[in-house]
Design a protein around this ligand. Sequence first.
Ligand code: TYC
Length: 102
Amino acid sequence: MADDTTIERKTKVIPKVERPRLFKVILVNDDFTPREFVVTVLKGEFRLSEDQANRVMITAHTKGSCVVSVYPRDVAETKASRATEAGQRRGYPLMFTTEPEE
Ligand code: TYC
């Protein structure tokens, strides 16, 4: 039977939706990959400007590593793999890793 009684809810239900964690893509220094090649990969795969790519490359070169950018996990892993493979195809040990943001 139809019943149009409405029950007033006294507590507000707040849905708990968690923002997906972001992952850092990290460029790791090595002694062999030419600087210009690192810059080319940073521009092509991560869409950095010439200036940004040079800064990231020099930071990795002097400090050992540098965060390139942050993305959702699948995007970070795909970009890190593609960029690492671009180096491997040329015989360079260029390496990009990923790690979760704090
Ligand atoms: N260290 C390299 C060189 O002197 C350049 C380089 C920079 C390589 C950053 C990797 O992540 C890197 N040719």
